[in-house]
Design a protein around this ligand. Structure first.
Ligand code: ADE
Ligand code: ZN
Length: 356
């Protein structure tokens, strides 16, 4: 990408966090159930007269020590079980969108896991209506736009995914796309090839988690068999030079989640994360929070901690924010409008702070 002059001006290291916080950005990889803070879990449990296996908010939070993806998913699905009524889904989504707006997120594409809820007897209508109403209200209140991506749980069967798709069809105007998440190892993308063919025929945008813990081969099959438009995570791609080339030339975005990767032990330390390598190779990488209530930070925390650990620059900041709009599913005029605002933010920042 040819960057405008203001985007390549150096910014002093002590001023960079302010720029990272202030720049407008899109969040493209956030599981809305992963935004349920322990306080809200307890409040919803009380409202719904449900017992929790933790004595307090602190006891729950202290259980958030994970060794891999599965150890997190067990506790994440348990947390989501307090969601019963449309208002619960609404409150969770409103809370996230308020928090995201504080981080200058101007557009968010939210994953949700309906099977976690329908398996407990909660209807698809309850889930989608609650999430969607919160998105509409947040846009009216804060100007943040948000849309919904329904994820299939890959540890469940193809039949279950097809049944879920069927249940969602009456609400398809409230969804922009479908995704694939949950335990990756042993559940390759090809398990859902036929489901994704059908979703493509229906006109949904397509994304899938691949190459989080799983091998580069899963990224290849997500691209070639599922025909996804973005790869969620995808960090294992750096182990395969031909795949890196494919991702760079096709401009298929990776929605990278650095604090998630750290907390789930994908990388032993943030300083060893490969985000810089992905950007240097010309990939359309973005920064996201994944499950911010569980991984110790919303999107700006992901930016500031990762920039500090990898010694990234204002130029990287501009590229990542711009990539977030380029890779989003908003229309071309909305993209242009957001990128114009991003440019204005960088120009103003440079004028305010002067040379580094
Ligand atoms: N569901 C919620 N967070 C996830 C993640 N990081 N990977 C796969 N499935 C998820
Ligand atoms: Zn995820």
């Amino acid at each position: 990408m040819n960057l405008p002059e203001f985007a390549v001006k150096p910014v002093a290291a002590d001023r960079l966090p302010e720029l990272l916080r202030r720049m407008p950005k899109a969040e493209l990889h956030i599981h809305i159930e992963g935004s349920l803070e322990p306080e809200l879990i307890f409040a919803l449990a009380q409202r719904n007269a449900l017992a929790l296996p933790y004595a307090s908010v602190e006891a729950l939070r202290s259980a958030y020590a994970f060794s891999n993806l599965q150890s997190f998913l067990d506790i994440y699905y348990a947390g989501a079980s307090v969601l019963l009524k449309e208002q619960d889904f609404y409150d969770m989504t409103r809370a996230y969108l308020r928090r995201a707006a504080q981080d200058n997120v101007v557009h968010a594409e939210l994953f949700f896991d309906p099977q976690t809820h329908t398996a407990r007897g909660v209807s698809m209508e309850t889930v989608i209506n609650g999430l969607h109403r919160a998105c509409v209200d947040a846009e009216a209140e804060r100007g943040i736009s948000a849309s919904l991506i329904m994820c299939f749980l890959r540890h469940l069967s193809e039949d279950d995914a097809f049944a879920t798709l069927e249940q969602a069809l009456p609400f398809r105007d409230k969804l922009i796309g479908v995704g694939l998440d949950s335990g990756e190892l042993g559940n390759p993308p090809e398990k859902f090839a036929r489901v994704f063919v059908r979703c493509r025929e229906l006109g949904f945008h397509l994304v899938a988690h691949a190459g989080e813990e799983g091998p580069p081969a899963y990224v290849w099959t997500a691209l070639d068999l599922l025909k996804v438009e973005r790869i969620d995570h995808g960090v294992q791609a750096s182990k395969d030079a031909a795949l890196m080339q494919r991702l760079a030339t096709s401009r298929i975005a990776l929605t990278v989640c650095p604090l998630s990767n750290l907390k789930l032990c994908v990388f032993p330390e943030l300083a060893g994360h490969n985000l810089r390598q992905l950007l240097d190779a010309g990939l359309l990488a973005t920064v996201n929070s994944d499950d911010p209530a569980y991984f110790g930070g919303y999107i700006n925390e992901n930016f500031t901690q990762t920039f500090a650990a990898l010694d990234l620059s204002a130029r990287h900041a501009y590229t990542l924010a711009r990539n977030s709009f380029e890779a989003s599913f908003i229309d071309a005029s909305a993209k242009r409008r957001h990128i114009d605002r991003l440019n204005a933010c960088f120009e103003t920042f440079c004028q305010e702070t002067g040379p580094a």
